[in-house]
Design a protein around this ligand. Structure first.
Ligand SMILES: O=P(O)(O)OC[C@H]1O[C@H](OP(=O)(O)OP(=O)(O)O)[C@H](O)[C@@H]1O
Ligand SMILES: Nc1ncnc2[nH]cnc12
Ligand SMILES: [Mg+2]
Length: 183
């Protein structure tokens, strides 16, 4: 990475805000939208993300974004790198033939879907999201993509809540890179 990469990560980290007891008592909610409400922070984060992908995940030809916060980074990265932007959405939002997968969240559960048409031979994808907590969302997306024959190069998240050890739910052999970690 470029020399000032760590400094830029620290600068970005200083912009992130947390909200205790949202959306339920006992949850400390890390709000990506508070940070990107600031224009220069958007530019800072976009630069960090693109540099991270070029260095750590070279050769991808698609970015898969997890609804909804993952979409923020999937389109911006896909546009920057000139690769496909593919959606994984919550149940009932995608037309055509879909594959689904049920998963658990830090709070509650949900179902993710992907269009079969999104998966083409030779697809080498990077899955992106704002945050890994229990790892349920990323794990579900990984299973969805693998079930359909996609090659997953890795996963990139902005934040990682290490105390929840979400990595234990990620299938072995799949690299997960996080920019900012919290205990
Ligand atoms: O590691 P996990 O325990 O799965 O939790 C992380 C996921 O939870 C949040 O999404 P959420 O499903 O709340 O919806 P949103 O992105 O639409 O806000 C967050 O954006 C991640 O996608
Ligand atoms: N603690 C948390 N903060 C923000 N988004 C989340 N998604 C799941 N857990 C979360
Ligand atoms: Mg999400």
């Amino acid at each position: 990475m470029e020399g000032d990469y760590d400094k830029r990560i620290e600068e970005f980290k200083s912009k992130l805000k947390s909200f205790p007891d949202f959306p339920k008592k006992g949850i400390l909610f890390w709000d990506i939208f508070s940070a990107i409400a600031d224009g220069p922070t958007c530019t800072l984060l976009q630069g960090i993300l693109a540099e991270t992908v070029r260095k750590k995940f070279p050769g991808i030809n698609a970015v898969v974004g997890l609804e909804s916060r993952g979409f923020l980074f999937a389109f911006s990265l896909a546009a920057e790198l000139g690769v496909s932007c593919l959606p994984v959405r919550k149940k009932g939002k995608l037309p055509g033939e879909v594959m689904s997968y049920k998963y658990d969240l830090e709070y509650g559960s949900d179902v993710l879907e992907i269009q079969k048409a999104s998966i083409r031979p030779g697809l080498r994808c990077l899955i992106v999201d704002d945050l890994i907590a229990t790892g349920g969302s990323l794990s579900a997306a990984i299973h969805l993509l693998k079930n359909n024959g996609a090659d997953i190069v890795g996963c990139l998240v902005v934040m990682e809540l290490e105390s929840l050890n979400g990595r234990r739910n990620i299938p072995s052999g799949i690299a997960v890179h996080s920019l900012v970690k919290y205990d």
